[in-house]
Ligand binder design. Structure first.
Ligand SMILES: Nc1ncnc2c1ncn2[C@@H]1O[C@H](COP(=O)(O)OP(=O)(O)OP(=O)(O)O)[C@@H](O)[C@H]1O
Ligand SMILES: [Mg+2]
Length: 307
């Protein structure tokens, strides 16, 4: 049995496996590791690396061990990945039409974003920020140009590929939370996992873990109407990270919150980037937030400028 270890680097239980866990892997995890927490093949390889590296890790909690494994991978991947591109747009155009009138919104937009960054996007109301985010989230499509996210060519993908992209690669956070009012926090967070075919027990365990990460472990049975705006937004961040996406898109995530809650949400996003290696791309009208993070973009007259 794995024992809890109070002072583990990386904190306890901060990382999840990216893969879908099959019943077979649970059995082989038991055999290989003597552990009854479900593990994927990657997790088991990490465990083997950890075991081989140092016997010290043997008494750690399983999730602490995964954190070590993740740290190990992050260190080894760091050199290779320092210049990886997350988002690449080339000559993207988008217009809306009403009757016969054309309203050009995005005008020949090209930019590239490296991975593991907090990106902010500001711009006047109606300038096309949400439209751009919707295109990057594969909710809408561009009229022309190339949109590539983590190597996925969104402009050339099939509907099925886009569904997988939305379910696995990205997480989305909205200004008005979009939580199901009659579901508890834990069910709201676990729902995308149920929809991906993950079993209820594993989905619930991952949802619980995600809620702990946003410091809402004690509110897991509460429904949205029993929570403050800041708490609801933290639940929606937990829902956005529960499947361990590579990238989070957030459209005015603090637009409905007071300054303290906004600060907490921004700290969570910063921690997503720093601790979990998830890139965050957020739209805001708040000048202070718009100037925070790693890359500050500004949209005006259908064009993007970097500040
Ligand atoms: N589905 C649509 N059909 C027609 N016009 C649309 C559609 N979606 C957006 N627009 C128009 O495109 C323009 C850009 O909208 P968008 O929502 O991207 O702006 P925004 O920068 O996010 O604004 P805000 O800061 O107010 O949220 C607006 O003029 C809007 O009316
Ligand atoms: Mg908008």
């Amino acid at each position: 049995m794995w024992k809890k270890f109070s002072s583990s680097p990386g904190g306890s239980s901060k990382f999840f496996s990216q893969e879908k866990i099959s019943p077979a892997s649970v059995n082989s995890a038991k055999e290989v590791q003597g552990c009854d927490f479900p593990m994927t093949k990657t997790d088991m390889s990490r465990m083997k690396i950890i075991r081989a590296t140092n016997q010290l890790y043997l008494n750690l909690d399983i999730l602490d061990c995964l954190a070590y494994g993740k740290l190990f991978l992050m260190i080894t991947e760091k050199k290779e990945s320092s210049k990886k591109t997350v988002i690449k747009l080339e000559h993207v155009n988008k217009s809306f039409y009403q009757d016969e009138i054309v309203f050009p919104i995005l005008n020949d937009i090209s930019f590239e974003i490296p991975e593991k960054k907090l990106i902010t996007l500001m711009g006047p109301s109606g300038s096309g920020k949400s439209t751009l985010l919707n295109i990057l989230s594969a909710i809408e499509s561009a009229d022309s140009g190339k949109v590539e996210v983590f190597g996925n060519q969104l402009s050339q993908s099939t509907e099925e590929e886009l569904t997988i992209y939305r379910r696995k690669t990205i997480g989305i956070v909205f200004q008005f939370f979009h939580l199901f009012p009659y579901l508890s926090a834990i069910d709201n967070v676990a729902l995308p996992l149920y929809l991906s075919g993950i079993s209820k027990s594993i989905a619930t365990a991952k949802a619980k873990e995600a809620l702990s990460l946003v410091d809402l472990g004690h509110r897991k049975e509460f429904t949205p109407k029993e929570m403050s705006g800041g708490e609801k937004q933290r639940v929606s961040i937990a829902r956005a990270i529960v499947h361990q996406p590579k990238l989070i898109f957030a459209d005015e995530p603090t637009g409905n919150l007071d300054s303290n809650s906004s600060e907490m949400i921004m700290k969570l996003f910063a921690s997503c980037v720093k601790d979990l290696g998830i890139s965050v791309f957020l739209v805001t009208h708040n000048e202070q937030i718009g100037l925070s993070g790693d890359i500050n973009l500004h949209m005006l007259d259908g064009k993007i400028k970097t500040k």
